[in-house]
Design a binder for this molecule. Structure first.
Ligand code: PAF
Length: 273
């Protein structure tokens, strides 16, 4: 992969990189579309990274269909699909990790304490192997995006990170590889996450600035659905992910909710005038 990437760059082409864990959907393909808009040669990777799954999480059952995924990527104009094995990425003697402890302890990090260390470690390795000019990530994983931008700046990667808006079903539900775990009742209830974010937006447009009041309204809306089990509802400063009490500046409203086996996340960013 390294020598191919060097050759492409020597030929004067810009590489756009879309790292994934497979189980691809329209959200991933939109990342490929964006890569194509800004670069000449598209590399995607599929690697289900064991380091970013907690002991009780869905590593073993994570959906996998590499041939179907490869077809989707090819049809959308991906030039190379990189699929390293676990052993190639983490040989027995492997011993290095990358951690951004402050940004990683907020939001999802509270219930998934090792998740972002796993994400940063694998993305750091993938960046070193693929050596892209631009890498593209989805806004659905807002915390991941913020952490990776900081990692790239802190470690002087010289790779531009582009963010692509969350792809949604027609009822607003954020498209996710984990939506396939939803039962039909859970699927009916799950759009409440996006509806509650829109409710929060409306409250803020009507000049509500008290974070607790907004979070209470979101909680009430989600709790209305019997299949929903809230993990967290947070309003944080977008720059450092610290809690906000009175809304000002650029804020992130982020939510994680369990519906049965599926833990779904979503968020919106707002700039408070
Ligand atoms: O967002 C994902 O799919 C994963 O966290 C990533 C960035 C591919 C790292 O494994």
């Amino acid at each position: 992969m390294k020598s191919i990437s060097r050759k492409i760059k020597n030929e004067g082409e810009k590489i756009g990189f879309v790292p994934t864990m497979g189980a691809l959907h329209e959200g991933h393909l939109k990342l490929v579309d964006t890569a194509k808009k800004y670069t000449d040669f598209i590399i995607a990777s599929i690697f289900v990274n064991p380091l970013q799954f907690g002991a009780s999480e869905d590593l073993r059952s994570y959906p996998k269909d590499i041939h179907y995924d490869a077809k989707l990527l090819e049809n959308r104009g991906t030039n190379i699909l990189f699929t390293p094995s676990d052993k190639e990425m983490y040989p027995e003697e492997y011993d290095t990790s990358i951690e951004l402890p402050k940004l990683s302890s907020a939001l999802c990090g509270a219930t998934r304490p090792t998740h972002f260390k796993g994400v940063c470690t694998v993305v750091c390795k993938l960046f070193n192997i693929v050596a892209p000019n631009i890498a593209i990530f989805g806004e659905k994983d807002a915390q991941q995006l913020i952490i990776l931008k900081k990692m790239v700046a802190d470690l002087n990667f010289g790779i531009k990170i582009l963010a692509v808006p969350t792809a949604r079903e027609s009822d607003g539900l954020a498209i996710s590889s984990r939506n396939i775990y939803l039962s039909s009742q859970e699927r009916k209830d799950a759009p409440v996450i996006y509806q509650s974010l829109m409710l929060a937006k409306k409250l803020i447009e009507n000049r509500e600035r008290n974070a607790k009041k907004i979070k209470d309204e979101i909680r009430n809306a989600i709790s209305d659905k019997l299949t929903a089990k809230i993990d967290y509802i947070d309003i944080v400063n977008k720059k450092d992910l610290t809690q906000v009490n009175i809304l000002e500046g650029e804020i992130l409203i982020a939510i994680a909710v369990w519906f049965g086996k599926a833990r779904l996340i979503d968020n919106i960013t707002l700039r408070i005038p």
